[in-house]
Design a protein around this ligand. Sequence first.
Ligand SMILES: *[C@@H]1O[C@H](CO)[C@@H](O)[C@H](O)[C@H]1NC(C)=O
Length: 519
Amino acid sequence: MMKLVIEYAYTRTVPVTAENVESLLSAADQFNIMGIVRLCCEFLKSQLCLENCIGICRLTNCYHCPNLQQTAYTFILHNFEELIKVSTEFLDLSVDELKGIIEKDELNVKQEDVVFEAILKWIAHDPENRKQYISVLLSKVRLALMQADHFMKKVKMHDYVKDNEDCKPIIINALTAMYDLSANGPSVSDFVNPLTRPRLPYAILFAIGGWSGGSPTNAIETYDARADKWVNVTCQEESPRAYHGTAFLKGFVYVIGGFDSVDYFNSVKRFDPLKKTWHQVAPMHSRRCYVSVTVLNNYIYAMGGFDGYTRLSTAERYEPETNQWTLIAPMHEQRSDAGATTLYDKVYICGGFNGNECLSTAEVYDATTDQWTFISPMRSRRSGVGVIAYGKQVYAVGGFDGVNRLRTVEAYSPIANTWRTVPTMFNPRSNFGIEVVDDLLFVVGGFNGFTTTFNVECYDEKADDWYDAHDMGIYRSALSCCVVPGLSNVGEYAARRDYSLESLQTEVKYTSSTSTLPV
Ligand SMILES: *[C@@H]1O[C@H](CO)[C@@H](O)[C@H](O)[C@H]1NC(C)=O
């Protein structure tokens, strides 16, 4: 190590490897050679995975590498569900370390039973010494958010829990909170009580722009799926847009094409969700209102649309590194107001309007051959349709068939090249937002044939059923949704969780929601 340190003094470089990194970091730290410390930390950061993240995080307790520590800890919190399945380091956590992890709002778990199972797994590694900690750990589980029957059968009746006196008050409090929640609906006080406080979402759904009250809007709302709440994050300075597309790629949200009631846009704007800044990037070759957008292998694809004169069959793709749009092969059909998504490295585009009729046809694009191929047509004509990849299939949701706004849903299996019928939505809609968050398919707003709506519902593939979700604050159609995962400032886009008890006394209770969303 001394040899490497001296070499570094002359050359300012040092070969960091998996074998030498720990000793090198230790030596560099001892002699206070921050350049080497930095190189070691960068190396460790690049190696972070489920199997080693806890060890790397521990290592940072001994040395000064705050950035690596933060990254490793966040990695643990974000990947907790997968980590507990494979990590052997997890079993060696101290009770305080485990408690520290599972009490965090940032812990990324869709259901609280995952946390309880993790505790059981940790105790099972050394039951005699560890079962005494059940009450300390149990109090960090958001017990009242569990499914009631799961809580009764799996938690309340568990031997560790039954045998521990200190668990009794926790169980009683959880039952009370659970009862309040189902009798009175969610209230802001849920955010203070550690048994009912929702975790922070890992991925945030953005609902951007659209048509509201007869004019385009610049509204942006974000959806916190863990709390089932919308947050208004509208940026007043931004101009309104409707009938555009949005995409998330490499840290940025792109807003593409669209219409503001005067101009049909070829312009593209990009939003940095960390800095909250907007920048214009290279414009598309064509003006595209009613455009369909998706992301495949680090390119954004923009297809079809209406340029103010004709419905387009052309398509193009954007590469962020070069800030350039490049035309790709045109589609077989002119399509405006179609829907597009990506599944298994291919782009799918379904339905739309060709200037004469609403389309039931759909095509798939293979980027390796630059070719479009027709797939089986949908069962309905659908324009203003929501299209999204979900559970290994392409879903086509709602839309307009030329006569009615549709409630119907169908899903395409690429293997069988067939469409099947999926349960219908509660509400008919076209020109709405569609995205998948926490393994649920959300449809957001849209036009129902009479009015624009703020209604939101979600489909759960496992239950094969639709649920009501919380309405947006702003009613609108022709909006576009995208999902942004892993934000370090997620709290700025999520429902507030920092209510204090005092502020609650002056706060009005939220109107009780009819939501049956399984959060
Ligand atoms: C959302 O926020 C914007 C900007 O702060 C504000 O102008 C608008 O009225 C808000 N909308 C709603 C429905 O609260």
